[in-house]
Ligand binder design. Structure first.
Ligand code: ASP
Length: 331
């Protein structure tokens, strides 16, 4: 009898210690020239409320013991459907007035990942990425192929016009006129004229599983089928339960060249560097050395949340179990 209770005690303590005692969630809505001067009061209120609602959706799922994957997908779908952000409906436009979505998702438990790029008919691109992860033998699908696969998976499809807003058409028009006037000079797409709004989310659930995901329309006025870092595993998104989960936003070309998300994870894995220092090194050294602009959100296996950016602002919200929700936009 005594041996039996001892065994029960050992099993119980083991399963309790293997479990995380809480959860953490962090989301972003893009980094860029986000300052109080640049954002009207009514816009600030709109962003504040959207970020707060998105966070609440994710937190509710984690509070009732739902998975980090469920939380992250729910948050991203909400932000994709919100026209305030450069993802899903309301995404920025390509040089030829089209939308071209990129999205990715990764599970830290088994390093399973899925991504799509250059789609314009999948209503929620993050669902496309998740379907690639769960139901295909591939990691990354693009263009017509990604859409064909999404249709086969019975995902909701919409005509490309569904995503296009008049405000985005006007914005592109203005940029093209300036481009012609200034004989080819283009303002810095992230810092110079404020086309921020990519969305991302990272969560750690009470089972200790981390999921990271990112969704975007990419960069305004992009050409030649350009794809950014957001759908690239290791650049814009990464998750590993042993280290951390990361979602990035910013000038994708630089994030790809650095391999931002994986570089952060590698510092923890191979250098035993704390998440805060790993993120700081990647932003302030690796990215700054190339003059790349943007930011990252990250959570480590202990639920530590880190956010860092080298732009004037970043839309962000986060919460840990038992703590108050936090929403911020400016430095
Ligand atoms: N990283 C995205 C891209 O380069 C854009 C952004 O995050 O604002 O496509």
């Amino acid at each position: 009898m005594k041996i039996l209770s001892l065994l029960l005690f050992i099993t119980l303590s083991f399963s309790l210690s293997a479990q995380n005692d809480g959860f953490s969630i962090v989301l972003h809505g893009g980094a860029g020239y986000i300052t109080p001067e640049n954002l009207s009061e009514s816009k600030q209120i709109a962003y504040q409320s959207s970020l707060s609602n998105a966070l609440a959706l994710g937190t509710q799922i984690l509070e009732r013991g739902g998975t980090s994957e469920e939380a992250v997908i729910t948050v991203i779908i909400f932000l994709e459907n919100d026209t305030l952000f450069n993802a899903g409906r309301g995404a920025v436009l390509t040089h030829d007035n089209k939308v071209s979505h990129d999205a990715s998702i990764m599970n830290g438990s088994d390093l399973n990942a899925g991504a799509i790029a250059g789609s314009s008919r999948i209503k929620n691109p993050i669902r496309g990425a998740a379907a690639v992860k769960d139901f295909s033998e591939h990691v990354f699908l693009s263009g017509n192929g990604a859409e064909e696969f999404a249709e086969l998976q019975s995902l909701e499809m919409v005509p490309p016009d569904y995503f296009i807003l008049q405000s985005r058409l006007d914005q592109l028009d203005k940029i093209l006129k300036n481009e012609n006037k200034s004989s080819g000079y283009i303002l810095d797409p992230i810092v110079g004229n404020g086309k921020f709004g990519t969305v991302g989310c990272v969560a750690l659930d009470t089972d200790g599983n981390i999921t990271a995901a990112t969704s975007t329309g990419g960069m305004m006025n992009k050409k030649y089928g350009r794809i950014g870092d957001s759908p690239m595993i290791g650049a814009g998104t990464y998750a590993n339960n042993k280290t951390c989960g990361v979602s990035c936003t910013g000038h994708g070309e630089y994030f790809i060249r650095v391999g931002v998300a994986k570089e952060i994870s590698d510092q923890i894995q191979f250098g035993q560097v704390p998440l805060k220092d790993a993120v700081h090194y990647t932003i302030s050294e690796s990215l700054n050395n190339l003059n790349g602009k943007g930011g990252v959100i990250a959570i480590d296996s202990l639920g530590e949340i880190v956010i860092e950016f080298n732009t004037p602002g970043m839309f962000r919200a986060w919460q840990k179990a038992g703590e108050e929700p936090q929403i911020q936009m400016f430095k």
